[in-house]
Design a protein around this ligand. Structure first.
Ligand code: UDX
Length: 451
């Protein structure tokens, strides 16, 4: 299959490289010349584990190339994916579709022969219809079918998610296009992979409803965490208990400082706006959004409490800045709500993150950045774990304590075992555990009953 991928951002690049890796002939297009030149030289402009190897391997094999020339890429393609950005519009939260619409117009002018145009960007319901209308208006003779094929990639695990997905959703109403898209994904076929062919509008909604549901699950467990704190229970035990019900499942039940990232905050907001526009309000999603924003802001008050009621003049070490581990992405990261609140309270902040410090320094220029977790903790009155990077789990707690002025830890990701921290002499606060600080957490056991 000859594939053109319009937009070589995160989604376009991962999808393009993976489609090439399973044997298709892929051209990735972007109007950013510097980006294309870098990619042609084998330099991947984003941090995603394994992506650079995939890009170089497939470029060398001649299956993957990069260009700014949209017309020639589209003219020789059987399938054109639109994977351009759909940022939140300034102020109102609607997805900005200007890149999608201009890609549609350019595709209409360039397409030759029967071409399947596939929307991979996350777009509001009805965008597939609009793209089809634009293409037919610009070029009434174009032989095209428009499909919706949302992506469900997680940053940091995107290649695995693309190549070994739980499901592939294809919204398409044209029989030939359906056959073509089945061909595109045939190499990924394996046991347990579910491929759902559905209508274009249903596919568009599936993407938003999936993200909204996961966001709601996180907001839910975070609220339960607060309730556990008040009532003297442990949210990790509660999450384990409810997650054993197959109808609920154990994933996305980690209580924390609130979700961030490029998808959940943007997509839930766009979904809420869609509900309002169509006169069918999505009240649970609205509440999820509000609760999560509030939560991110509230996290700083936990640090203030751990520091005895004020952070004025206190040195606070922040461990982890990115919205989650294994990415350098700072978009909507809880750290961006917590750190300014601490600075407002008069704290002196020294932060460390394995990958996110460059991005963070552009957004938070007035704090100090350290070379390591231990260096950030030097002379600190309190250490705050904001992102659960694996390297924090193996921190030498004796050295950490020795580096600090006073051994106080606020662990917003429940990385550490409270009993262990107490044994090392830390005053420890986790998330969602109502036991008194330092009290030993009762060991939970799940006993399998055999007949
Ligand atoms: C998400 C979706 O998982 C993906 O399917 C979609 O295509 C894009 O959005 P991503 O933003 O990469 O992917 O991150 P994800 O791993 O889902 O985490 C999102 C946020 O939720 C992070 O801030 C994370 O820390 C938080 N989270 C996740 C929790 O607080 N608790 C959890 O149990 C899970």
């Amino acid at each position: 299959m000859r594939i053109a991928m319009i937009g070589s951002g995160y989604v376009g690049l991962v999808s393009g490289a993976c489609l090439a890796d399973v044997g298709h002939d892929v051209v990735c297009v972007d109007f950013d010349e510097a980006k294309i030149e870098a990619l042609q030289a084998g330099v991947v402009p984003i941090f995603e584990p394994g992506l650079d190897i995939l890009v170089v391997r497939n470029a060398e094999a001649g299956r993957l190339s990069f260009t700014t020339d949209l017309s020639s890429a589209v003219a020789s393609a059987d399938v054109v994916f639109i994977a351009v950005g759909t940022p939140s519009q300034q102020g109102d939260g609607h997805a900005d579709l200007s890149y999608v619409h201009s890609a549609a117009a350019s595709i209409a002018e360039a397409a030759k022969g029967f071409t399947v145009v596939v929307l991979k960007s996350t777009v509001p319901v009805g965008t597939g219809d609009e793209v089809e209308r634009i293409i037919r208006q610009v070029n009434p003779r174009a032989e095209i079918a428009v499909a919706s094929n949302p992506e469900f990639l997680r940053e940091g695990a995107a290649i695995n998610d693309f190549k070994r997905p739980d499901r592939i959703v294809i919204g398409v109403e044209d029989d030939w296009a359906r056959t073509v898209l089945a061909q595109v994904y045939r190499p990924l076929r394996r046991d347990r992979l579910q491929v759902q062919f559905t209508s274009r509008r249903s596919a568009e909604i599936i993407k938003y409803a999936s993200n909204a549901f996961l966001a709601m699950k996180i907001a839910f467990i975070n609220e339960i965490a607060d309730f556990c704190e008040t009532t003297g229970a442990d949210v990790q035990e509660v999450a384990r208990g409810i997650g054993m019900d197959a109808r609920i499942g154990p994933k996305f039940l980690h209580a924390g400082p609130g979700y961030g990232g490029s998808c959940f905050p943007k997509d839930t907001l766009a979904f809420v706006r869609m509900g309002q526009d169509f006169g069918s309000p999505l009240r649970l999603v609205e509440t999820t959004l509000a609760v999560n924003e509030q939560r991110k802001r509230n996290m700083a008050s936990r640090v203030v409490a751990a520091c005895g009621g004020s952070v004025r003049g206190r040195r606070i070490a922040i461990l982890g800045l990115t919205f989650k581990p294994n990415t350098d992405d700072m978009r909507a990261a809880p750290a961006l709500a917590i750190i300014p609140a601490l600075l407002d309270g008069g704290a002196i902040v020294n932060a460390y993150d394995p990958q996110g410090m460059h991005e963070a320094s552009l957004l938070l220029p007035s704090i100090d950045y350290a070379e390591s977790a231990l260096a950030a903790a030097e002379g600190a009155d309190c250490v705050v774990v904001v992102t659960e990077w694996a390297e924090f789990r193996s921190l030498d707690l004796r050295s950490l304590k020795a580096a600090m002025k006073s051994p106080v830890m606020v662990d917003l990701r429940n990385v550490f075992d409270p009993a262990k921290l107490a044994a090392y002499g830390f005053a420890y606060t986790g998330i969602g555990c109502g036991a008194a600080p330092g009290a030993e957490r009762p060991q939970s056991q799940t006993i399998r009953l055999s007949a």
